[in-house]
Design a protein around this ligand. Structure first.
Ligand code: ADP
Ligand code: MG
Length: 327
């Protein structure tokens, strides 16, 4: 079981930032509105996340660490099976197999909190009562301590932390309803407050993308045939904002989709003489049946069933804002 977990972990738990991403997604899935993330030494030493979500009941705590753990893979020769191993339902088990992980949780309706961790050669799940407010804490210590080859691949604490920072930025840009705090070595580095109003959202946008971008970006809002595009796009002549503001979300998930990037570039090229690298934060929403996000969840790939139409819609949707900015 632990071998299978480690193999799965090797595929998706690339670095501390991927752990942070999985943990935040779990918190958000649990309805958390407040998430605190504590990082030590770029995450190599510790990644601790605390949320105020629904929690995990005592009976399911052990399951959360061992879910989908099967004995299907018993040796490394089983290559076929290894490649078919997905990551869904395996994040905690995988992370737990390559770190010292402690999961502590208290659903509001449960009187005491409980804690679970794996121990020993057989990686058996242990549980005990614990002290914890409503919600969940996942404490990941010594990431990759038992996979030295992976640990060697970690960069400096500063670099690993900057990846974590970016993962959190990406989430903060799409979940304005969730408050996020990020600390590195006990020092508060980011504080994204809950943003329920337009002005609060504008403030968070400025915090993440810079004041210049927030001030100059033009709002995008278009809808056609159940497909909606919203967000902000920087006007032509402004290049004062920081580079690399290229955030694209499809149904709430950050994507690096070629088709969409192409559409954005084309919209720029159509309206503007210069060929600048565009800056944007865009949210595409479309019916779930029109899109297949399972192509590779970790690689931000997506497949549209009406690719041509989606592409052209995005080009059309961006044009008015860009034309306005060019004049
Ligand atoms: P998945 O998220 O794909 O179900 P994970 O391994 O990430 O798999 O999590 C396993 C399970 O543990 C989740 O399905 C959920 O029931 C529970 N869980 C994990 N993190 C939390 C959390 N922060 N709050 C509540 N439940 C959680
Ligand atoms: Mg998960």
């Amino acid at each position: 079981i632990s071998l299978a977990n480690q193999i799965a972990a090797g595929e998706v738990v690339e670095r501390p930032a991927s752990v942070v991403k999985e943990l935040i997604e779990n918190s958000i899935d649990a309805g958390a509105t407040q998430i605190e993330i504590d990082i030590e030494q770029g995450g190599a030493k510790r990644i601790r996340l605390r949320d105020n979500g629904a929690g995990i009941v005592q009976d399911e705590l052990a399951l959360a660490l061992s879910r989908h753990a099967t004995s299907k893979i018993s040796s490394l020769d089983d290559l076929e099976a290894i490649q078919s191993l997905g990551f869904r339902g395996e994040a905690l088990a995988s992370i737990s197999s390559v770190s010292r992980l402690r999961l502590t949780s208290k659903p509001p309706a449960q009187e005491t909190a409980w804690q679970a961790w794996v121990e020993g050669r057989d990686m058996e799940v242990q549980t005990s009562p614990a002290a914890h407010p409503d919600g969940t804490t996942v404490d990941v210590v010594d990431l990759f301590y038992n996979t030295p080859a992976r640990r060697k691949f970690l960069r400096t604490a500063k670099t690993e932390f900057s990846h974590i920072d970016e993962v959190i930025r990406r989430i903060a840009l799409v979940r304005f309803d969730v408050a996020l705090t990020l600390r590195h070595n006990q020092k508060e580095v980011r504080q994204y407050r809950r943003a329920d109003s337009d002005s609060a959202r504008q403030q968070r946008l400025a915090q993440i993308c810079g004041k210049a971008f927030a001030a100059e970006a033009l709002q995008v809002k278009a809808e056609h045939d159940q497909v909606q595009l919203r967000g902000w796009i920087a006007p032509a002549a402004s290049c004062r904002h920081q580079s690399d503001i290229q955030y694209l979300y499809v149904n709430g998930r950050m994507m690096r989709d070629r088709l969409l990037l192409h559409a954005v570039r084309q919209a720029y090229a159509d309206t503007l003489a210069e060929d600048r690298s565009p800056s944007f934060v865009l949210y595409l929403e479309l019916p779930a049946i029109d899109v297949d996000v399972n192509v590779h969840p970790a690689k931000h790939e997506v497949r549209f069933h009406r690719a041509r139409q989606i592409h052209d819609f995005v080009v059309q949707a961006l044009r008015p804002a860009l034309v306005q900015s060019a004049s």
